[in-house]
Design a protein around this ligand. Structure first.
Ligand SMILES: Nc1ncnc2c1ncn2[C@@H]1O[C@H](COP(=O)(O)OP(=O)(O)OP(=O)(O)O)[C@@H](O)[C@H]1O
Ligand SMILES: [Mg+2]
Length: 459
């Protein structure tokens, strides 16, 4: 450390409560890339002046530089809740959320930023988070004083009107199958039906097989349907569009069927592209709201696009997911549409261990007895397991902030967290059981019955 630092440190030894001086020292240390030393100084400030804005911003910035994204997110979000994060200061938070694959949250924060700074533009974030057109829409919708001259890819108001009520995001996930814990059987099936045809189109053609058609994933919440769909796109280096059937139905409400067509156009133009339709059970609920006919119409249009009646859907893969397969319109399951229906069960013992390892990978830990935690978390979904890792992380972040250095997560923390958190899948099986027992047409729910009988034997 150089002379200047030493003088400041000596001065602080004499007056340790001189907050401005300590902040100054910390900031110099950051400039000199002494991040760990600066962290200590910021923590000293926080010990004396809890909630100090400059110290918290400094710390968040260091975590960001050190790629400790979840820690950075925590500090940034706390700052945002205290209204201390303004305009472009939100940008690192958006970047951290993208790094952590939390796109929905990233979009939320980015929207807030755009609301405060209508003319702000970051090409890279625009590209990661969505289509350029949707970006313009966001800006325009939230800001009456939007100045269209600033946007070179924006072609006037008429064009914009077409995008009213049309909300989907295209991203390029960097998630891979290896990031998805367990699920070996499901991965194998997707590899065979979706990935191989894309990788070896000639071979499939030679056997007279067409790529296309869709897979319907169903199962209890939080077991990785969305996650897996995203990883499927990542695995073949494809774009990913995620849209709820609710949104598609709302397009009809907004009287803009063109937009549904536009979504398929975008998917085709950006092939290979995975089009992921979430909550395909929505139609059951919506039908009564809308008295049928109109909904029927938009669904038929959707299915026609999916069938590729007028257009070639080569390289467009459609995946769908639902928690309520019994409410999915049977038209969706005709051959050539979602004719492959796959049950995504809560992870088995090995899967749970893999998911836990996956989520603990980038956290400071002691040697963890993963098998012990996997053993007591039967019935936990992937999301439940992620939640207990987050809970254990929170225990230790608190300790670390108090102590001023990193206190690693232990097996005991995770066991404690597992006891504190209740598995969320039981309720789903209560409902599913009724359908599996009484409405199991053509063996659709055999996998659910198998899962139930396997798991009741074991307990
Ligand atoms: N197999 C897995 N490997 C790693 N993480 C997982 C796995 N399954 C789930 N997760 C974690 O749980 C989170 C929730 O999973 P996801 O959103 O894919 O569930 P889902 O089945 O789509 O739930 P829902 O029915 O509520 O939409 C994921 O973001 C991921 O962090
Ligand atoms: Mg989902």
């Amino acid at each position: 450390m150089n002379e200047g630092f030493n003088q400041l440190i000596e001065a602080l030894a004499l007056s340790p409560d001189n907050i401005p001086l300590r902040l100054h020292l910390a900031e110099l240390m950051v400039k000199g890339s002494l991040l760990d030393e600066a962290t200590i100084q910021y923590q000293e400030v926080l010990n004396r002046n809890y909630g100090n804005e400059r110290a918290r911003k400094g710390l968040a910035n260091i975590y960001y530089k050190q790629k400790k994204y979840s820690a950075a997110i925590m500090v940034y979000e706390a700052l945002m809740n205290d209204n201390m994060l303004m305009g472009e200061e939100m940008l690192p938070l958006v970047r951290c959320l993208i790094k952590e694959n939390s796109h929905a949250e990233a979009v939320e924060v980015y929207k807030k930023l755009l609301k405060q700074k209508p003319n702000f533009k970051d090409e890279e974030i625009d590209k990661v988070l969505r289509l350029s057109n949707t970006g313009n829409k966001l800006r325009s919708k939230d800001n009456d004083d939007f100045d269209e001259d600033d946007e070179d890819d924006f072609n006037g108001q008429d064009e914009f009107d077409d995008f009213e009520g049309f909300d989907f995001f295209m991203e390029k996930p960097n998630l891979k199958f290896e990031d998805v814990g367990g699920m070996d059987q499901v991965k194998k099936e997707i590899a065979l039906k979706i990935i191989q045809p894309i990788k070896n189109p000639d071979l499939y053609k030679a056997f007279g097989k067409k790529s296309g058609g869709g897979i319907l994933l169903y199962g209890p919440p939080g077991c990785g349907k969305t996650y897996l769909a995203k990883a499927t796109a990542g695995e073949i280096d494809a774009k990913f569009i995620n849209i709820g059937l609710h949104d598609i139905l709302d397009m009809w409400m907004g009287n803009s069927e063109k937009n549904l067509h536009e979504m398929f156009v975008q998917a085709r133009e950006n092939a290979p592209c995975v089009l992921f339709i979430d909550e395909v059970d929505a139609i059951g609920a919506k039908r009564s709201d809308m008295k049928g006919s109109g909904v029927r119409h938009i669904i038929n249009q959707f299915l026609a696009e999916m069938d590729g009646v007028e257009h070639n859907n080569e390289g467009v893969l459609v995946l769908a997911a639902t928690n309520a397969p019994w409410a999915v319109d049977s038209a969706f399951r005709r051959p050539g549409r979602f004719d492959r229906v796959i049950f995504v069960a809560p992870p088995e013992l090995d899967g749970r261990a893999a998911i836990l390892a996956q989520h603990l990978k980038d956290k400071p830990t002691e040697t963890i007895d993963i098998a012990a935690i996997a053993a007591i978390t039967s019935g936990f979904s992937g999301a439940d397991l992620k939640a207990i890792v987050e809970l254990a992380t929170d225990y230790k972040l608190e300790d670390s902030l108090l102590k001023g250095s990193i206190v690693p997560i232990t097996t005991t923390d995770l066991l404690k967290a597992a006891k504190q958190h209740k598995a969320t899948t039981a309720e789903w099986f209560e409902t599913a059981k009724n359908y599996a027992v009484y409405a199991n047409k053509s063996g659709l729910y055999d996998d659910v019955l198998n899962y139930l009988s396997d798991n009741s034997e074991r307990e």
